[in-house]
Design a protein. Structure first.
Length: 370
């Protein structure tokens, strides 16, 4: 059910060293490896000889070697050597692996999952990764129990903060959520969202200052956290999303997640922060502790969802605070249709137009599927 004409994160660059690494992405078993020049490649993980897992193999002379009978494959997936036969004997034409385009960029290993359609452009670049004065913190890759859509929607909807993140943010966070202004990209691959001035008492400060709520507010001076000036978020096809927080002193912070389908019931979660405030050791220690707890709370709640297939609940009831989640579904409905694939959620679950996504009145009554 997933669009394949998109770049998905398959790993961090630093994960892939001398040994091959197997990853299941969009239900496909892949093996990632580096050739003799250090260039990363992604190919199918099943050896066509007798079905061995090539992720258990090793790299020999820049080629991926099967651990069972020693067959070797190059970065294009072509078998280039069979040790059990003379080099003069032709290698069967079927002795090759599916090859997936892989691009190593800004610390990520991006994989293009459509074997039939060439990528029209490289993965999107994000300027905040290249800031000279920024500090990056990443967490271990998590393969979570939970469908991809539920994981995405949990990340995008701040209405859950007051109820899920009681350990990390405390128990006094106001659950009110203000309205969002949503701006879609011209090419239909993403959107940006921001919150206008408050319309209800307490809603703006409760959501805008969520990172300084609970126990964090007492440590804010040590951590270099000032009052929040504004907060924006973005999402792009392939499962990449981030929240950008600007503080009144000009410092900024990005909380980002690359969320990639593993299977219908499991999801890869690549979690990272980039910040220009509090770049000393104490701030880094607390950042790791706080975000690790935050991530665990998210993982635990998604695992409890009963409608935990790849598309989540097929016909959810939505309200204004769900605007960004509905925008995600609209983007994916468009991407699936462009590939000739059915949309797995019911008609009426997603607003028909971009203006309806941004309209609180239209969200619950829209009649088209995206």
């Amino acid at each position: 059910m997933w669009p394949t004409r998109a770049w998905y994160s398959a790993g961090w660059s630093h994960e892939l060293k001398q040994k091959p690494m197997r990853r299941q992405v969009l239900g496909e078993q892949l093996v990632l490896f580096r050739d003799a020049t250090g260039t990363a490649h992604a190919v199918g993980a099943v050896c066509p000889h007798r079905g061995m897992d090539l992720g258990c193999g090793r790299v020999v002379n820049g080629n991926l070697q099967c651990p069972w009978h020693g067959w070797e494959y190059d970065g294009a997936g072509k078998c280039v050597r069979i040790p059990a036969q003379l080099d003069t004997v032709p290698i069967p034409t079927r002795a090759r692996l599916p090859m997936f385009h892989l691009r190593e960029q800004q610390g990520f290993l991006w994989v293009w999952m459509d074997q039939d359609v060439e990528p029209a452009q490289p993965p999107r670049r994000y300027d905040f990764f290249d800031l000279a004065d920024a500090h990056r913190e990443h967490w271990e890759v998590a393969c979570t129990t939970g469908g991809w859509m539920n994981t995405i929607e949990n990340t995008m909807n701040t209405a859950h903060l007051a109820f899920v993140h009681t350990k990390s943010m405390g128990v006094k966070l106001n659950p009110l959520v203000g309205g969002f202004t949503i701006e879609f990209d011209d090419d239909g691959t993403g959107f940006r969202a921001w919150e206008p001035p408050p319309t209800r008492p307490g809603e703006y400060n409760s959501q805008k200052d969520f990172i300084t709520s609970g126990p964090t507010r007492w440590l804010a001076p040590i951590l270099g956290i000032k009052p929040v000036a504004n907060r924006r978020s973005a999402f792009h096809i392939g499962g990449f999303s981030y929240v950008m927080i600007s503080y009144v002193d000009g410092s900024r912070e990005w909380i980002l997640a690359a969320i990639t389908p593993c299977s219908e019931t499991h999801t890869w979660f690549f979690f990272e922060t980039v910040r220009t405030r509090g770049r000393h050791l104490i701030a880094s220690w607390f950042q790791r502790r706080f975000m690790r707890l935050l991530l665990q709370e998210d993982v635990d709640i998604v695992a409890k969802t009963l409608a935990n297939g790849p598309a989540g609940l097929s016909n959810p009831v939505s309200v204004q605070s769900d605007a960004r989640m509905l925008a995600v579904r609209r983007l994916y409905a468009r991407a699936l249709r462009a590939e000739g694939k059915p949309v797995p959620w019911a008609t009426g679950a997603v607003p028909a137009t971009e203006s309806e996504v941004m309209s609180a009145a239209a969200i619950s009554v829209a009649s088209a599927a995206g």
